[in-house]
Unconditional design. Structure first.
Length: 270
């Protein structure tokens, strides 16, 4: 009889464990999203509304896409449209759904030795940095921010293969890269949300913004269950519906630091 009770208890424990596992979703997100602090607002609300535990894997966009390609996550939230569309076209993701946007900004020393504050475009701002040989710190990690930065250097006509010691690759996330730039009093490209939430600004200041090319869209992509049957497609669908809901709209648009809005919700109904 004791053996029977033990077996029943064990079965209940296994079922409970399975239920607990079923309510957890693995989501690969960018370091810029995580550094913004928005996750601290959204995740408790998701738990409250859906009883869903979202486990974040915080990496650059390039690594997030690789995790999706390997079936190691259930969905991704990233910000590099060309790479996202290639990911979906290759069959790794089911579709791409835009959620929110902010913008990239150029940060640098308050004294602005390269004179980028009055540049007519982001490309010209970077050209001035290169011409002045002013210190610049790059993410250097294949993230969405890094991909945007490289596109801007190309538009500026700057060959990074010939860049001198003024160009430094941190090979790290947004927060760590900002810390490096602060320590070196160097220029850096960042997303606005990470910059506003960054606490170690030192002598750095936001010097250039507003060029339409600096638009920064975030999108949600469920990993394709046809390729990876083990992914939790039903939970990814539930999360997508929540992220595109009026509840998410209010939280995303309402998230501010020092009175400044960090993201703008722009999900469209399907």
């Amino acid at each position: 009889m004791n053996v029977v009770k033990w077996l029943m208890a064990a079965a209940v424990a296994v079922l409970s464990m399975s239920a607990a596992q079923a309510s957890e979703l693995r989501l690969a997100v960018t370091t810029s999203f995580h550094n913004s602090g928005l996750a601290d607002v959204l995740l408790p609300a998701i738990k409250e509304d859906l009883d869903l535990d979202v486990r974040l894997l915080v990496v650059g966009t390039g690594q997030a896409l690789k995790l999706g390609e390997q079936g190691d996550v259930d969905a991704i939230l990233v910000h590099s449209r060309a790479a996202e569309e290639a990911f979906v076209a290759a069959g790794y993701g089911t579709h791409r759904r835009e959620i929110m946007y902010n913008d990239f900004v150029l940060i640098g020393p308050r004294e602005d030795p390269a004179g980028i504050a009055d540049a007519p475009s982001a490309a010209e701002a970077l050209k001035r940095i290169a011409d002045a040989g002013a210190l610049f710190v790059s993410r250097g990690d294949e993230s969405g921010t890094h991909k945007k930065e490289r596109a801007l250097w190309q538009a500026a006509g700057v060959d990074l293969a010939k860049a001198g010691a003024w160009y430094r690759a941190a090979g790290s996330g947004m927060g760590a890269t900002l810390n490096t730039a602060s320590g070196m009093n160097a220029y850096v490209l960042a997303d606005r949300a990470s910059w506003l939430n960054f606490g170690n600004k030192g002598e750095l200041a936001l010097l250039f913004a507003g060029d339409p090319v600096l638009f920064n869209q975030y999108a949600f992509i469920p990993v394709n269950p046809a390729r990876y049957p083990h992914v939790k497609a039903d939970l990814a669908t539930a999360l997508e519906e929540w992220l595109t809901s009026d509840r998410a709209r209010a939280l995303i648009n309402g998230y501010r630091i020092n009175g400044e809005q960090l993201f703008t919700f722009n999900a469209q109904p399907q």
